[in-house]
Design a protein around this ligand. Sequence first.
Ligand SMILES: Cc1ncc(COP(=O)(O)O)c(C=O)c1O
Length: 508
Amino acid sequence: MNILLDTMWAAQLAGSGDAGQWEHVTKHCDALGGRVFLYAGAVGELQRAVEALLQEQEVAQPAEEARSRIKAFSEGKHWLAALAGEGDVWNAENPAHEQLLRAVSRFDGKCVVLTEDSQLLARGGDRVMSPDFYCALPVSTGVPFINLGIQQDKIRADLERRLHRVLAHGAYINGPEVGLLETMLADYVGVQHCIGVSSGTDALLIAMMALGIGAGDEVITTPFTFIATGEMIAFLGAKPVFVDIDPKTYNLDPALIEAAITPRTKAIMPVSLYGQCADMDAINAVACKHGLPVIEDAAQSFGALYKDRKSCGLSLIGATSFFPSKPLGGYGDGGAIFTNDEALAKAMREIREHGQDRRYHHPRIGLNGRLDALQAAVLLAKMPLFDQERCDRVRVGNRYKQELQGIEGLILPYVAPDNTSVYAQFTLQVPDRETFVDVLKAAGIPTAVHYPVPLHLQPAFDALAQGKGAFPVSESIAERVVSLPMHPYMTDAEQDQIIAAVRSAFHG
Ligand SMILES: Cc1ncc(COP(=O)(O)O)c(C=O)c1O
């Protein structure tokens, strides 16, 4: 539960310079996984109130002292922006209180105003709490599967500035943020062209459309992936030709590809699963021998390294997703396509915009597959953190591996020597998944299964008539995989709790 400090109470705390009376509240807020906000719309009021207190205490130079005390007090707290709807409060009995109550309502019950003011306490109902009441709230012992809130705290000011800029210029479609992001991402990956699109799914679709893939064609891919990979092949009327995976990396096994190539094969689409690139050089070599294009489904691997080169830039086309939980995730749907091929880049740009090469001129069939400016603004705000987050994912992944090694029956993620995984998921293999999940759940640890049913066994692909036994590695792994919480801001204490629960699932 987050807290928004009543400005007058904040003034007392800041003015007293005594952290003691406040410490137990911050500790409890931390334990509840909350954050402390100060209302940015009330800085003048805050300063005047602290100054008045200091004057009462006959402190020398109260104005300067007030500034420095507020500055010190606000460290580690977050400034909550005032929104337009919080200005029109003049019918309220107490406009300052009304502002705080409106501001806290934005949090959908996940934030309260903290105050000792009896009038505000009486007026605010369940949106207001006294510090004592707040400190009695029970602490949940669980850990989250992913925590996007910490990242948001770090970028809040830039994020809000960028979002408000879009609201001001109003170019929601094809606004300047999209081009800016595309340039930044192309530079990051080290390719010439990046095309922002509406999702990772559309990235795959648009890439295949640009290659002219359609009815009767075949595309070789893995059955052990999220549905979108095979789904978009089928969506175009083409046939997904599944090839089994490497049992250690869970990625397409390059040694099995050649046998699946037919005269109808039009492309190979490996997936860089869980954040680790497929063996792209080996796959490109087979593709090159047969004159086939390779599309890397890099939805889970943006930022991953393969032989010191970046995912998305390892084959003719790379396609990624900005789904919120992905290594580079937005606050909604989004994706991007990467290539060094000028003609393909032009085709993909046209396809994402109804096949038009200029307004209302449509040389080809396309779709509405654009990335919008607000989403691009979110991603621009996130990019400066990305490399540190990438390193922190590796740190968290390595710590899991270090602490969980040697447990009989537990198979840890294998990262090939040429690879650096971004651990989109940290996925184990366990012999009895149901019991494992139950033990972790009882300990407050959420898990997820990526993915319980390989694509060839999904009813959507019944027409392929590939029953059980067709891809034994994928099938056996799908029965045993389970993912642990993973995000770059996991604390050692949280991770220790997860590690202890995993150990207890094996040793009781
Ligand atoms: C391997 C893979 N491909 C494609 C996608 C589709 O991405 P999006 O959800 O952005 O459409 C995902 C998303 O989970 C994925 O994991």
